[in-house]
Design a protein around this ligand. Structure first.
Ligand code: ADP
Ligand code: MG
Length: 182
């Protein structure tokens, strides 16, 4: 069964993108099939994977989310899945920030990414989602799509306080989402 992991922390600069990329690489070196999904409008994971002209990419996770919100079919996988060594990547660019705004009024707004990852995950052992430093709709989508969460933290007092808040929010979301699913 595919494991879908979200790398989350509402603080920036704690190592989310680094963890997503390096964990993905380590798993792929062990022969696992890995898909990375960049869900940060800053596109740091996409850029770290060598696609630094990401603003010119035609199809990104933003495109897939827009199509899913409109109940339209996704394009063929070779139109948007990029290769990073032996891993695959669904890239991202700044267009995702506009999607975050339109998600607010979308039907089943928490479940858009889950619908996309549900279609993709059958081909992989691991799907790793790199989140943005916020607890907005994009991160909520990542939490709804995953069956495991990784929270990189820096060993500092305020960072630990932030972790308490994040865990509380994850529990709240879990209860809320379970109600949504029912
Ligand atoms: N384990 C680590 N040890 C030292 N520096 C790290 C480690 N993980 C990440 N970094 C550095 O910290 C900075 C922020 O990491 P990044 O993965 O971009 O964080 P985030 O995605 O949470 O914003 C980067 O410069 C990165 O190279
Ligand atoms: Mg990052």
């Amino acid at each position: 069964m595919c494991k879908v992991l979200s790398v989350v922390n509402q603080k920036g600069g704690v190592g989310k993108t680094t963890t997503a990329l390096n964990l993905g690489y380590a798993l792929s070196e062990k022969g696992k099939k890995v898909l990375l999904i960049d869900l940060d409008p800053q596109g740091s994971l996409t850029i770290s994977c060598g696609y630094d002209d990401n603003d010119n990419l035609e199809t990104t996770i933003a495109t897939l989310m827009a199509l899913t919100m409109e109940d339209r079919l996704l394009p063929g996988k070779n139109n948007y899945i990029l290769t990073v060594g032996s891993m695959d990547l669904v890239p991202c660019n700044i267009e995702l920030s506009a999607i975050e705004v339109s998600l607010v009024n979308a039907m089943s707004r928490e479940m858009i990414l889950k619908a996309i990852s549900g279609e993709l995950k059958e081909n992989y052992d691991y799907v790793i989602i790199d989140c943005s430093p916020s607890l907005g709709m994009l991160t909520i989508n990542a939490l709804a799509a995953c069956n495991g969460v990784l929270i990189p933290v820096t060993p500092e007092y305020l960072s630990a306080k932030g972790l308490e808040l994040l865990l509380k929010n994850i529990l709240k979301l879990k209860r809320g989402l379970i109600r949504v699913l029912k």
